[in-house]
Design a protein around this ligand. Structure first.
Ligand code: PLP
Length: 428
């Protein structure tokens, strides 16, 4: 038995399902999850000492690769001064200034410790600001696991087949209107009927929790117009896309200005950090400036700020995102060529340093239906064959993949060689 398998057995005794977040359990691909003990640069190392080229990057944060020396040094330097104070710090001021300078739509920002907190708080704020109760979200989009957002959600909820979770009272879910992603007509029709009940539209500008589904041209622009027309707060959930699709996030990439945004993952460089922010007029409603309550014992934690600030500075160097995007493009092209050569129906999607792999005949993936109609059995096979070949992909057909700047020619070769063998075996 491998050490990972034996740890998994042991883990299940005191940890539900052996994991602290469902999608880690390999339920979507079968088999036993790998337990990691080390990560460095483009690689993760499991408990059995096998190294893998990593395309998960801790589900998005590790855009610099693992253990970047400048990030580690920033954390080490801060450790000497204590772990947490529960009082304001200069680091938080620096972080707020940095985020607001990198993302022009952000006049003000509040730090929190997870993406779930960020989206939950942004929604409470939108409700408090507008005095309306309902929210619009899109099918297959995941915004964390707070009650009103766990309705037709993506990510682990979709992987495990429970997109709408038991435990969410019907009375909460009743205020959540779920519409098809990329369907502007549905949004217009809904708002024409009940805009005076709708506080906000929350959207992943590139949907990354039902695999990777970019917005169709006009969709995000249309959301902006509809929100302006009816006084609805537009929230871009950039927990995944922020600082990844472009330095200024998907909003910079697509040129749309939301009212509020949420960020997570990259902003903490691997530490528990997220934030929400946006227009001063709206953010002024947050306590202690305004009446909408929101708080956190560890919010703006100094170690986490140190890691996040170092990460944001490093990714701000000119050319960073162009390089990341270029690697991702070459990777997807290489995979496509090998799948085509083997005669495996396959297509890909991409936005900057995030990507989707689809086992399907379809060439155009624009909806939840497209994303979920791909061949999951093919994905499972491919996933395990890639693991054998030393490549770690997200263990679910419904999650985006992530590249890091630590990936180079060697890793490209390992990945494409593994894929070539995988496609050949899948064909036979
Ligand atoms: N929003 C999006 C778009 C996400 O992808 C995620 C997590 O994957 C979240 C929110 C929730 O973030 P967290 O897992 O940090 O609570």
């Amino acid at each position: 038995m491998t050490r990972s398998a034996s740890l998994f057995e042991q883990a299940q005794k005191h940890i539900p399902g052996g994991v602290n977040s469902p999608v880690r359990a390999f339920a979507g691909v079968g088999g036993t999850p790998l337990f990691f003990k080390h990560a460095e640069g483009a690689y993760v190392v499991d408990e059995d000492d096998k190294r893998y080229v990593d395309y998960v990057g801790s589900w998005g944060p590790m855009i610099l690769g693992h253990g970047h020396p400048e990030v580690l040094n920033a954390v080490r330097a801060q450790i000497e001064h204590g772990l947490s104070y529960g009082a304001p710090t200069a680091l938080e001021v620096e972080m707020a200034d940095l985020v607001c300078s990198l993302v022009p739509s952000m006049d003000m920002v509040r730090m929190v410790s997870s993406g779930t907190e960020a989206t939950m708080s942004a929604i409470r704020l939108a409700r408090g600001y507008t005095g309306r109760d309902s929210i619009i979200k899109f099918e297959g989009c995941y915004h964390g696991h707070s009650d009103s957002l766990l309705v037709k959600a993506g990510s682990g909820a979709l992987t495990l087949g429970v997109p709408s979770s038991p435990g969410v009272p019907a009375a909460f879910a009743q205020h959540t209107i779920t519409l098809p992603f990329n369907d502007l007509d549905a949004v217009a029709a809904c708002l024409a009927e009940k805009a005076d009940e709708v506080a906000c539209i929350i959207v992943e500008p590139v949907a990354g929790n039902m695999n990777c589904v970019p917005p169709v041209p006009g969709f995000l622009e249309g959301l902006r117009e509809q929100c302006d027309k009816y006084g609805v707060v537009l929230i871009f959930d950039e927990v995944m896309t922020g600082f990844r699709v472009a330095l200024g996030g998907a909003q910079a990439h697509f040129g749309i200005t939301p009212d509020l945004s949420t960020f997570g993952k990259v902003i903490g460089g691997g530490m528990p950090v997220a934030c929400f922010g946006g227009k001063k007029e709206v953010m002024s409603y947050i306590a202690p400036l305004g009446p909408v309550y929101q708080a956190g014992t560890l919010s703006g934690n100094p170690l986490a700020m140190a890691a996040g600030i170092a990460t944001l500075k490093l990714i701000s160097r000119p050319g960073f995102h162009a390089e990341l995007t270029d690697y991702t493009q070459r990777l997807l092209q290489g995979l496509q060529e090998r799948a085509d050569a083997a005669g495996i129906p396959f297509t890909t999607t991409q936005a900057g340093g995030m990507f989707g792999l689809y086992f399907t005949d379809r060439k155009n993936i624009t909806s939840f239906a497209d994303a979920t109609s791909c061949n999951v059995e093919h994905f499972k096979q491919f996933f395990h064959l890639m693991l054998e070949g030393g490549v770690y992909l997200a263990p679910s057909a419904f999650e985006a993949g992530f590249t890091s700047i630590a990936l180079g020619d060697t890793e490209m070769q390992i990945t494409l060689d593994a894929a070539e063998k995988a496609f050949a075996k899948m064909k036979s």
